[in-house]
Write a protein that binds this ligand. Sequence first.
Ligand SMILES: Cc1ncc(COP(=O)(O)O)c(C=O)c1O
Length: 467
Amino acid sequence: MKQALTDLQARDLQHVWHPCSQMKDYEQFPPIVIKSGEGVWLYDENGNRYLDAVSSWWVNLFGHANKRISQALSEQAFTLEHVIFANFTHEPAVKVAEKLVALTPPGLNKVFFADNGSASIEVALKMSFQYHMQTGKTQKKRFLALTDAYHGETLGALSVGGVDLYNEVYQPLLLDTVRAQGPDCFRCPFQDKPDSCQAQCIHYIEKELEAHHEGITAIIIEPLIQAAAGMKMYPALYLKKLRELCTSYDVHLIADEVAVGFGRTGTLFACEQAGISPDFMCLSKGLTGGYLPLSVVLTTDEIYDAFYDEYGTMKAFLHSHSYTGNTLACRVALEVLTMFEEEDYIELVQQKGDVMRKLAIEAFSHLPYVGEYRQIGLVGAIELVADLLSKEPLPGEERIGYQIYQRALAKGLLIRPLGNILYFMPPYVISEEEMRFMIETTRQTIETFFAEREEKVCSSDQQHSLL
Ligand SMILES: Cc1ncc(COP(=O)(O)O)c(C=O)c1O
């Protein structure tokens, strides 16, 4: 049944084309008009509230309308909003660069600013390629990427992505990328368990490197969690082995920490858990605590030096975005980084992660159709399956995740699933009581959804037997 639209909903549907959406779905399920936010909560125009368990696409760290960040942003807006970043600079950008160099793994000394996650991927891919062109390794023209990888939606980023849903239609436009099977701990081909495994599946990358390393410029990876593929988590040992392979085959390692950076996995950066330094690190999302688009690519002196020469050699990295190093976004990032310095948010994520794990295991481990509950830091995921033993996926066309999402929203919870994988990635300020609400609402929604689904199947079976 169609709902009556509010004025803003109707006007939105007149002109706005929403991201990652089949707009026809909005006929039955119009966009929710959010008027304000506070902490983990979003408030709509009718006064309903929703717990933002996905941190508004994984960006928010310290809650909506955070007073400290809003204050810093507001003061900056009355001083300087933006300035061309070629030949000009400003204090917030310099301070952000200094802090990031100090906080990220050793060796990452240079910071290139861009304005969103996908743009940072483009920068890292282009830098790696150009580095090799300028250091005499002109045969290195391809990237190696993993199945189920996600690095954004621009064409370069899609070329190294491996989620068919986003890539397939654009295949004819994409770069010729070498693909290796990625880790899959839930359906491990070696029947290993993540806590004891020796990351045997690194062998898939090794095989491709053996065959193609001379032509490969870089490997790109999402450290510890392949997020968009369904919060697929894998052990740090895999990353450690990957770093060794990259070094021995003379291939750059690009760590895409756009989703996992800034404490999500229980350490400030996921690479720390493997004790590795990549050649490039891409950061965005949490960098501004969910306030403004901004991204950076950190890299080494060695790579920077390959671009550093007289102008006439044409070795410069001639890449720019109009909003590169935007002053407002940098000022916000500076506040976020200062907050990390002043308060132990990493400890907080670990503590809250422990509470979330305990509550989630109690709630989900005996539910039908829950194949697995997995978690790292403050990222938890429930993989729904058709059969617990075989782990057979539920039929995609039923859009079960989407139906559960709608039902949870009606109860005041925003969990936007990835297919049939439901996940929690709440802002770090979530309280224990709010976590209980998030998990209990999810549990009830899953339970009632599948009970009704089974009832429908039974009644349609009965009708068939009567015919
Ligand atoms: C790992 C990863 N890389 C890159 C991106 C792209 O970032 P953006 O959406 O800001 O372009 C995303 C977005 O979700 C991501 O999860």
